[in-house]
Design a protein around this ligand. Structure first.
Ligand SMILES: [Zn+2]
Length: 469
């Protein structure tokens, strides 16, 4: 006892002289306190898990999403469907009795694909499945009929640039990862146009296909001619590569009726559980409500939006009220490059010191494995402790990099960010295609995702201190 007292006096003296404590004792002490504080949430975490996975709320996020996705359908930026979806969610959140339910206006791109088709005319007649890429210009009304140049990479295109003039460039690039291969969708038209091509067709960004094209946004450059561009299936890209490698000429007719309208008004949809002690401080959970115009947008990002809604519902059902405000944001205009999130950031960044953590689920709600996290080492240590509360469902991993399109604006400014991590093995099979329907969603996996999302957001919102930056 005496000895401990002596050590305490020495430590106090060292602190007064400003010298660091050996072995980083100060951090250890904070850490032990925080560990104890977090362990104190174990019963609440169990109650959340029980309600979401086994109790009355079991399958609720799936059933809510099914009703929404089946009746509203896909929700392209600028479309009537997206307006209907926002009204639907606004009413649902109000009816549930959540607080501060409101819409924040956003101007979003308004592009429509219109009628579109592609026909291979030579060496045989064959209908090519296509999906025009977001922001593509149309073809002339009579379409474009031209010979095809197949390349397997940008490098091959640059080497054969002379051959590309007046042709339709077909990219048959291999799929390595989404992050790497997506550059062909994003910049394929610009690179083809620089070489004098009249259109470009891009092998879909996926590792697996049942003759399914996958759409997505693409970007023109101001000083490069805008040429029509669409994605095609793996099957057709590989077939045209085989035919051309035999030296056989391929002729394709492409017709696209895409239209770009003036920017449209849309909204980010917001609801809250207002904090009991620090109402100005915010824990933000989110997913995006807009989608592509094919399939149902059930996976991208209906799942993420609806487990985020579920987090507030579960906390409300349990009669819990965290110290900080838990804010749900359903973003608009994500698929056009995070347009809704960017405007939200501009509007609210003056309040950045009050943002405790920003969380986004936009990479599937399949079997969860943990969270991606970006933040300081101290914050990461706290997150690791919080994830231990999810031992009962064995989802305890913390991975590098918690960013996402809709939260990166905050994360790059130093706000801790977290994104849901789950089994992505099939995600890109369906992504941005007609296959993104409720059939790929699994209620029991959504229950687990909702439990992870709720435990983490609640505990961070209720801890005495905000996460250290
Ligand atoms: Zn998405």
């Amino acid at each position: 006892m005496k000895c401990l007292f002596l050590i305490a006096i020495i430590q106090l003296l060292l602190q007064c002289t400003g010298k660091p404590l050996s072995g980083d004792d100060s951090y250890q002490k904070i850490s032990e306190d925080v560990k104890r504080e977090i362990a104190g949430y174990s019963d609440i975490a169990k109650a959340i898990i029980n309600l979401a996975v086994y109790g009355n709320a079991k399958n609720r996020s799936y059933e809510r999403l099914a009703l929404f996705a089946d009746t509203v359908g896909p929700r392209l930026s600028g479309s009537k469907n997206l307006d209907v979806a926002i009204e639907y969610m606004f009413s649902a959140l109000q009816e549930e009795g959540l607080e501060n339910v409101h819409l924040e206006p956003v101007k979003v791109p308004h592009w429509e694909r219109g009628e579109e088709f592609a026909l291979m005319l030579a060496p045989r007649s064959h209908s090519i499945s296509i999906l025009g890429l977001g922001s593509s210009v149309p073809t002339p009304p009579e379409g474009i009929t031209a010979e095809v140049l197949v390349v397997s990479s940008f490098d091959e295109l640059y080497k054969r640039a002379e051959e590309a003039k007046g042709k339709i460039v077909v990219y048959n690039q291999p799929y390595t990862s989404y992050g790497e291969t997506v550059q062909y969708r994003a910049q394929g038209a610009v690179e083809a146009a620089k070489a004098g091509a009249v259109a470009s067709l891009i092998r879909s960004i996926t590792s697996f296909s049942i003759n399914s094209p996958h759409t997505g946004w693409q970007y023109y450059q101001s000083n490069v001619p805008k040429i029509p561009t669409a994605c095609i299936s793996i099957e057709d890209a590989e077939m045209m590569a085989r035919i051309s490698s035999q030296g056989t000429k391929i002729i394709v007719k492409l017709k696209m009726g895409a239209k770009t309208y003036p920017d449209a008004y849309s909204f980010n949809t917001v609801a809250e559980i207002v904090g009991s002690k620090y109402p100005d401080q915010v824990v933000l959970v989110s997913g995006h409500l807009d989608s592509w115009d094919v399939g149902q947008g059930a996976m991208d990002d209906g799942g993420g939006a609806f487990i985020s809604w579920e987090a507030l519902s579960l906390i409300k059902d349990l009669g819990l009220c965290p110290k900080r405000t838990l804010r749900l944001v359903l973003w608009t205009g994500e698929e056009q490059g995070g347009v809704g999130a960017e405007q939200y950031y501009q509007l609210h960044k003056g309040n950045i010191s009050n943002f405790d953590i920003v969380m986004e689920s936009d990479e599937g709600t399949f079997m969860p494995t943990g969270l991606g996290f970006t933040g300081s080492d101290k914050a990461r240590g706290i997150m690791k402790e919080i994830m231990q509360l999810l031992q009962p469902i064995n989802v305890t991993n913390i991975y590098e990099s918690g960013g996402g399109t809709d939260i990166d604006y905050w994360v790059k400014d130093g706000v801790p960010g977290a994104s849901l991590r789950d089994d992505l093995s099939k995600y890109f099979w369906f992504h941005h295609s007609q296959g993104d329907t409720m059939t790929v969603q699994d209620p029991s996996q959504m229950n687990l995702c909702a439990a992870v999302w709720t435990v983490v957001s609640y505990v961070i919102a209720d801890m005495e201190e905000m996460l250290p930056r």
